[in-house]
Design a protein around this ligand. Structure first.
Ligand code: FE2
Length: 293
């Protein structure tokens, strides 16, 4: 995987606490790409293209500056972090993100946008310690620790899960560069050069080997799957790679095969479509239903 730790800050817990309280009190609404997740998934825009407090869609800014939303006014500590730690001229969007008792299906981001995928840079910083909250990227599962600032390679296959209801509030700051993001650009993520500290050792949980027996057991879900539980099976399969050492994109290989073995052509077609939508190409604003047949 190309995801890596770019730097680290010491979070000021006393100043963070009231910001977390405000974020927890913002009502939960339907998310853009809500079809990617089940359980509790809440994104609150702090900076975006329009300054709209309800505008959750990532858009290309084409050189314009991102605008603070009404929520940014209410989280003074996070506002300070965004404007002093990060190179604010490069910031495209900043938002808080939380996930509880939930999994986000393996997917790729930015595929609906115009620019070279490599010029989009997503950084992710967990604000709270949630021991059962993980990210995955290609062949690796990650447990992010509070204060670590990660480059999350969202253009490749990734996913997130929190197997508990322990809050995992996070600050996600998206930046864009004129060329492909590489080591020469890494420093430019930060306004504060003391934060840049690449090469730290990440916490990468051990996983069990993925065996043929395990795969066969999963494919046995062909005897269980139906249109009424198709969505549940997708989320179940999306969790497998957090425990077993297997690529997250395999989620869709299993789903298609399970639907095929169940003998339902409509389910096969839906499984192939969700695969293409999540990890292939999609149009900006395109939506997908897991439950309409
Ligand atoms: Fe994503």
């Amino acid at each position: 995987m190309r995801s890596r730790i770019l730097g680290k800050i010491e979070l000021d817990r006393a100043r963070l606490a009231p910001d977390l309280e405000y974020l927890a009190a913002v009502p939960t609404v339907e998310e853009e790409y809500d079809e990617f997740s089940n359980g509790f998934w809440k994104n609150i825009p702090l900076w975006n293209a329009t300054g709209g407090g309800d505008d959750r869609l990532y858009r290309d800014l084409d050189g314009a500056a991102a605008r603070p939303t009404r929520h940014a006014e209410r989280v003074p500590y996070l506002r300070e972090l965004v404007t002093t730690v990060f190179n604010v001229e490069r910031v495209q969007m900043a938002r808080s993100r939380n996930l509880k008792n939930a999994v986000v299906i393996p997917h790729r981001d930015f595929v609906e946008l115009d620019r070279d995928l490599d010029s989009y840079v997503r950084t992710f910083m967990v604000l709270e310690d949630s021991p059962l909250a993980f990210h995955s990227n290609e062949d690796t599962v990650i447990h992010m620790r509070p204060g670590e600032i990660w480059f999350l390679d969202a253009a490749t296959v990734h996913s997130a899960a929190n197997f508990s209801d322990v809050s995992r509030q996070s600050l996600c700051v998206d930046l864009a560069f004129d060329g492909a993001f590489d080591e020469t650009y890494e420093k430019e993520v930060f306004a504060d050069p003391t934060v840049y500290a690449p090469g730290a050792t990440p916490d990468l949980p051990e996983r069990r080997p993925f065996t043929t027996e395990r795969r066969d057991a999963l494919l046995g879900l062909a005897g269980v799957i139906g249109r009424e539980n198709f969505r549940d099976i997708l989320f179940l399969l999306s969790k497998v790679h957090y425990t077993y050492d297997v690529h997250p994109a395999e989620t869709y290989t299993w789903l298609v095969e399970i639907a095929r073995r169940a003998g339902d052509d409509k389910m096969v077609e839906k499984a192939e479509r969700i695969r293409d939508f999540a990890i292939g190409a999609r149009a900006l604003g395109e939506r997908f239903s897991l439950t309409a047949w």
